[in-house]
Design a protein around this ligand. Structure first.
Ligand code: SF4
Length: 383
């Protein structure tokens, strides 16, 4: 797998911080974009120096809110990347965008810069829910942005958050049906979770916010999967649904444990260099990252080789998110171990008998029931 490479570029800034968000996103009064462009180009050059002979299969601008980047910055990064690596003929270039009208006005320019897939953070199609989620757009803007995404990009996806407090099953079903009528080749549907350190976590600890219970969440998940399947979008990952061929190739690189490089604050990478697999992590705070890049050409915080056992654990944690699971031969070539050797031999038959995982000649995969409770399944399998 060392020939193909995916590239992630992190833009860490947002206009405001959403109360559920634990991403590496920051609000700053001013951003010196020329300085940021130069630093990202510098780090791109650094990564290219050790991976330059490879074929780039995808590029993903994530954040933060990369649709706040000037299209010229996106164009400059794509142009530099095309000079440093060879591009696959069908390279996927995704950019995450927010649907507010100022950002949507840039879609044409972003497409002209080389972005060919848009991932829109719609989150809800209902104004009250959008206010609850602290979003800077309303439902009308979301619909307009979806229309523009369809017009300017060959492929687009949008995200919704469900299992929200006070969202009835009937209301979610109605929202889902409206989403399906608007969808392109891909949808990301996330259950609301309360992450430590967020404003929602503070509200929950005060008793001001409560999520639906496990049973309600499970029922919502199953209903979602069934409705999407009936509409022709298969659940290829826990929260991601696609028509055949519409899967996010970039995210598949993570889940299939292929090589990816990450640049920008907090970005992670996994690079096969010789016989080693190296985990890379950039400095998380934007100011620390840019200072390090300007001083040393590289914002690295950590660069560690992974042992075969660590590779195996990571591959299981990522691959079991996918409906296709983990290929037996690929696991062996990545880790030098059989799947059986990496799994808890007491728990394995219990999880198979319980209908949570399947282990056969092709490999290991989680069933829909297993993917719904993946953290619990992994805790037992990797004990
Ligand atoms: S826009 Fe996205 S990255 Fe930014 S704070 Fe909201 S959820 Fe987080």
């Amino acid at each position: 797998m060392s020939g193909a490479l995916a590239l992630y570029i992190h833009w860490p800034f947002c206009k405001s911080k959403c109360p559920y968000c634990d991403f590496n996103s920051h609000v700053r009064a001013t951003i010196d974009e020329a300085r940021w462009r130069k630093a990202l180009l510098t780090e791109l050059d650094r990564v290219a120096a050790e991976t330059g002979g490879r074929r780039l299969t995808s590029i993903f601008f994530g954040g933060g809110t990369p649709s706040l980047m000037a299209p010229e910055t996106v164009a400059a990064l794509l142009e530099r990347a095309s000079g440093r690596w060879s591009f696959a003929d069908d390279i996927e270039v995704t950019l995450e965008a927010n649907p507010n009208s100022v950002e949507a006005a840039r879609f044409a320019a972003l497409a002209a810069a080389g972005v060919n897939r848009l991932s829109l953070g719609v989150q809800a199609l209902d104004d009250r829910a959008l206010r609850f989620l602290g979003r800077g757009h309303d439902a009308a803007e979301a619909l307009a942005a979806i229309g523009l995404a369809r017009k300017h990009f060959r492929r687009f996806s949008f995200d919704l958050i469900y299992a929200r407090p006070e969202q009835t099953p009937a209301a979610w079903q109605d929202e889902l049906d409206r989403a399906l009528a608007l969808a392109g080749d891909h949808l990301s549907l996330y259950q609301l979770t309360i992450e430590p350190g967020t404003a929602f976590a503070t509200a929950a600890s005060r008793g001001d916010l409560a999520l639906p219970d496990d049973e309600e969440q499970g029922a919502a998940y199953e209903m979602t999967e069934q409705r999407l399947a009936a509409a022709g979008l298969a659940a290829y990952e826990i929260s991601n649904y696609a028509r055949p061929g519409g899967e996010s190739r970039h995210n598949l690189a993570y889940w299939r444990y292929a090589d990816y490089a990450g640049i920008g604050p907090g970005a992670h990478g996994r690079l096969t260099l010789g016989s080693a697999k190296i985990a890379t992590r950039r400095k998380r705070a934007p100011e620390s990252w840019i200072a390090a890049v300007e001083a040393e050409g590289d914002g690295s915080e950590e660069r560690v080789p992974l042992s075969p056992e660590e590779r195996g654990r990571e591959m299981l944690m990522m691959g079991l998110r996918l409906a296709e699971g983990i290929d037996r031969a690929r696991f062996a070539s990545e880790t030098g171990m059989t799947l059986e050797a990496a799994l808890d031999d007491e728990q394995l038959p219990l999880l198979v008998a319980g209908g949570f995982i399947v282990l056969d000649g092709a490999g290991l995969r989680a069933t829909s029931a297993g993917r719904q409770r993946l953290n619990a399944v992994l805790a037992r399998l990797l004990a």
